[in-house]
Design a protein. Sequence first.
Length: 479
Amino acid sequence: MRRIGRIAAGQLRLFVRSRLALVALLLLAMLSAIAALTGAAQAERMAAERAQAQAAANTSFANQPDRHPHRMVHYGTYALRPLGGLAAFDPGVDAFAGSLLYLEGHRQNATTLGTARESSGLIRFGQLTPAFVLRVLVPLLLVFAGFAMIVGERQGGLITLHLGHGVRPHEYLAGKALALGAVAGVAALPALAALGWAAAHTPADAGVAGVMALAVLLWLLLWVLGVTLASARAATAQSALLGLVLVWALLVVLVPRAAAGVAAIAHPLPTKAETDLIIHAELRALGDSHNPDDPHFAAFKAGLLRRYQVNRVEDLPFNYRGALSAEGERLTSQLFARHAAEAAARQRAQHRLLALAGLVSPAIGFAQASMAGAGTDLASHLAFLDAAEAHRYRLVQSLNGLHTFQVRAADDATRSRDPIAERQSRISAHFWADQQPFHFAGPAPAARIAGMLPGLGVMLAWALVLGWLLARIARRGLP
């Protein structure tokens, strides 16, 4: 261990003497700190704004005056996706998927307020966040810092000097890797501190933050081992640098982008216009509740009359119009749920294809692990959509129930031409306040950790392979 420590200390002194490497490290550490601070501030501001907007939407709905229940069905409300404490580390798909849903009867709307529209690949490049700095910039720093640390000493004859003083090959390689790991640790320190800060402010996420820190360390370990391996195997320092830059470009930039494009082609998502046209055509085929001769609703009406043993809907012990609205909502919601499930299945298929591409590019595995831990991945977005749709359906059917049992059928039938009936068809405003507001807590910590496991597994497999290759070089002896 002493020899490993001495070799690592010597390499660190060389890093410090190299002003270019030192300046690059300091600049990257500052950039990582800026990303952590600005990301935390932005995430905190957005979380507060969304919570405030959700409270305002809930209050606006609850404070509506006496109204007809079906007016409230069309008035609707809003659902906003909340941001967790770890979203500052990796905002994930939030900017693409949108955060606001308008919930109303007879329709299932798409999310809005996204700075970009839905991304087929669900992996973002270019936004300055701690996850981006760690995934893209820190590996490049390690490449430029360590490409010549072994091959340069071989060309200068220093490796022979080390081995002549009793240093074993595995000790030499371990010392070089340890020094480069120290550089990686300094560069990643602000991002890891941001994870610690988020865990301290949200104790329930402490376990998730710990696993995310493990993902960061695994990702950096890959590059430490890879750069050490390349520097040990390369014939010249120039070939080591060119090879490592090419590997970085392929694994971090090209393969993830290409995989996202392939996933979009293999499992294409229909456009909103295409989906709307299909849904409108299927809605017409379902039946028209306003048409007395429509087969489905004629059968629905006959079934109610038979069940309550009456001859006219006016003789039913409730308002038939409200029951008709509830049945129409049930049918349309089933249609919406089917199309939403089909779209979600395609997005999950894209995600699985990207996960397979992670076997080639561990950058994909790291990105998916960080988004899953932060609760900003595809699974979290789909969970929000499901929760919002479930709330919309419960709310609308509750209002249809009020329409059925709180509004007299006679008043409902004549309210468009009788001012007195119109006033009597309005029900008390306290019914709106009694409705449960929308709430979405997001996936539980255990579910988020489970979502990180595939990405962690891919990075661990890469680390084992690279470690085995380095051990093999050590057994054979340094060239």
